[in-house]
Design a protein around this ligand. Sequence first.
Ligand code: XMP
Length: 180
Amino acid sequence: MEPHHVHDVLIPETDLEGRVAELAAGIGRDLDGRELVLVGILRGSFMFLADLVRSFHRHGIRTRIDFMILESYGSGTESSGTVRLARDCSIDVAGQDVLVVDDILDTGRTLSHAVRHLESRGALRVRTCVLLDKPSRRVVPFEADYVGFPVPDVFVVGYGLDYDHYYRDLPWISKVTFTG
Ligand code: XMP
């Protein structure tokens, strides 16, 4: 038997679907007709971003989409303190409204690094949107502009989030229980 299981659903599909639509509507209202460069942080954001952009489209919001890869050294469920930009986005963000999209805000290191980097490339406004927020884990003072769901300090998988590269495909968010 695996030394962990993912049977406990924390956020079901229908809740994710509803919240993504609410987030897209709220972000759209704040944009006031301007277009948006969306920068997804790979790999965890891919499913959230895919649903978000379709919702933006339904609200008539024009987007351009790109991705960045930020790596934090470490293994397993703990990340280290160092973040490295492994792939920058190719769209020229200078003078643009940018929305950085990530799966989960944990220590805050990844997103604060991403925002600083995009600002240094001349973005006009950089906002952040995360599906999940674990506020109790913050190491760097950082709050996202848009949050799908606050979650307790448990390890979660699904809807893009992985454990050892597995479970990204789950259409819901599950809690991982370590049994071994
Ligand atoms: P920081 O700490 O920089 O980290 O805010 C954000 C990244 O940490 C990963 N992370 C998780 N991944 N389940 C996961 O699958 C979790 O519970 C979890 N907590 C943090 C994730 O890659 C995120 O982008």
